[in-house]
Write a protein that binds this ligand. Sequence first.
Ligand code: FNR
Ligand code: 536
Length: 361
Amino acid sequence: MENDSTPAPHLFSPLTVRSVTLRNRIGVSPMCQYSAADGVANDWHYVHLGSRAVGGAGLVIVEATAVAPEGRITPGCLGLWSDKHSEPLARIAKFVKEHGAVAGIQIAHAGRKASADLPWRGGAHLADAQGGWPTIAPSAIPFGDTLTKVPRAMTVADIQRVQNEFVAAAKRALTAGFNWLELHAAHGYLFSEFLSPHTNHRTDQYGGSLENRSRLLLDTTRAVRQVWPDNLPLTVRISATDWKAGGWEIEQSIALAKLLKAEGVDLMDCSSGGVVADAKITVAPGYQVPFAEKIRHGASIATAAVGFITEAKQADDIVRHGQADVVLLGRQMLVDPYWPAHAAKALGQKITPPNQYLRAW
Ligand code: FNR
Ligand code: 536
């Protein structure tokens, strides 16, 4: 964080994390495209992510990329469980970096929410005969709604294996040329299921106390940090609250952020919800920003704010007011890949267009 003698950062100030510098504070939030076959990235991912780097974002984060086939949300999700996945992702990372953005990737395991159909086919759990697969979770409790499968409660051997899968995926992400790694511990997927008392009813060392529920994420973070180079940023996305009483709350998120910081995590990406089907959420512009702010100040760690950030001034204010170090945009980036260029114009900032577009911006 800055001291009194340095000017307060704004949306177009660069940000250095370890040896990596973002050209501005605007990131493309990870967003599943449900368009891969057997986890392998293709031209859709290349054009989708490449065009957002061209559009001026400082950081482009590849969607939730599964560390194991059964950790995919849908059969269309990306994966990094084998070497065959690396090459098309490497092509994407190279292009994103050539166009001035930092190439990030989110690695993930979907736990009990895996084995779902594509959203445009309804998104319900797929039976094995429909191309689905058995799911695993901390406890054998189904999500509900259309995600009705009862997951198998993981053994300690399963937990060890998943940890190793994250480490292997992190190594492949590095080989593929990514220079920003995010662990997906939000939205009711596997890590998040361990964190929340609503989904974790275990009575062993992985359940009960906050320390026990955090154990898998902390152990995995430690193991990943050992293979992810010291000069590159490691971040974790969490659901800062479950939006349901008796579950995971912001105070626990602050405590977790302190523990993750001690393991070498550089930034907390602060989302919320997705853990239980009956959460009560009131969505409004910037509704999750207070979580990024509380975690930033409560744990003295850099944060990213995400959720209904659509306006240049809104994004600039979040950075200027010290609520977050980075803003991540999801749907607005789908509407407008050139959002950073448009925001620069709206805020009176100069940004360098690609040579090919020199006289247009
Ligand atoms: C998402 N989101 C998401 N989050 C995540 O951590 N990993 C992912 O792969 C995805 N996938 C995804 C796909 C699609 C189509 C959408 C719309 C969203 C959540 C996303 O990153 C973001 O946190 C939310 O969309 C809120 O931000 P916006 O969209 O209000 O800017
Ligand atoms: C939004 N989504 C998140 C996804 C994919 C589906 C859509 C993900 O994290 N892979 C979401 C936001 C907040 C809570 C739950 C879901």
